[in-house]
Design a protein around this ligand. Structure first.
Ligand SMILES: [Fe+2]
Ligand SMILES: [Fe+2]
Length: 204
């Protein structure tokens, strides 16, 4: 993959005048319905939105902020299926055209710094980046366990992380980088993902 092609070559997203503007849950789900048909991709975004919302909640953010974290998680890969070559660009433009909160757009724009060329800055940015790949690997691991997430241990996930042939598309480098940027220990992040992803596996 040529990373240069994915570089957004921008650093400002949305407008500060739109702070606090959101999509309702219904509007966000409608957008996903229109853009995404792959059920696996839908599950991925639902898992990430759940992790984001729960992390915000447990960090003491109130409902309006929890919803913004939820939106960043739910929509971060919304354009991946229809426009894979320009992933991220389309959803950013869509949210900008709808005058959505710039912080939500920035979080989406920075969920893969080495691809999109945008540094995660806020806590929301950093946690979206941190959850993205680890969520996918943990889910792949759950699918090969007879009891899914039940009884899953941190060390089991770490073993899969070390085995580079397991869920090979998941970037281990990104996970390490994301933990460093977020200032969160890998074990703690894995534990959070296991504990919360168990509630987020069904498609609603
Ligand atoms: Fe992505
Ligand atoms: Fe993703």
């Amino acid at each position: 993959m040529n990373y240069d092609d994915m570089n957004l070559n921008r650093s400002v997203f949305g407008s500060q005048a739109n702070r606090g503007n959101i999509l309702s849950t219904e509007e966000a789900k409608k957008l996903l319905d229109d853009w995404v048909t792959n059920p696996k991709l839908v599950v991925h975004m639902q898992q990430v939105e759940h992790l984001m919302r729960m992390f915000a909640k447990e960090s003491g953010y109130l409902e309006p902020d929890q919803h913004r974290w939820y939106l960043a998680g739910l929509l971060h890969d919304a354009d991946w299926e229809k426009w894979p070559d320009t992933h991220c660009r389309k959803i950013i433009e869509e949210l900008e055209s709808r005058n959505i909160d710039p912080e939500i757009i920035h979080a989406i724009a920075s969920h893969g710094p080495k691809y999109f060329g945008v540094e995660p800055e806020t806590e929301m940015d950093k946690m979206l980046y941190a959850f993205d790949e680890l969520s996918g690997l943990t889910h792949a691991y759950s699918l090969m366990r007879p009891e899914g997430y039940k009884g899953m241990e941190v060390k089991g996930v770490k073993k899969r992380l070390k085995d580079k042939t397991f869920a090979a598309q998941v970037s281990r480098e990104d996970i390490t980088d994301a933990c460093e940027r977020a200032g969160i220990a890998l074990d703690e992040l894995i534990k959070f993902v296991i504990n919360h992803q168990i509630d987020a596996v069904s498609i609603d």
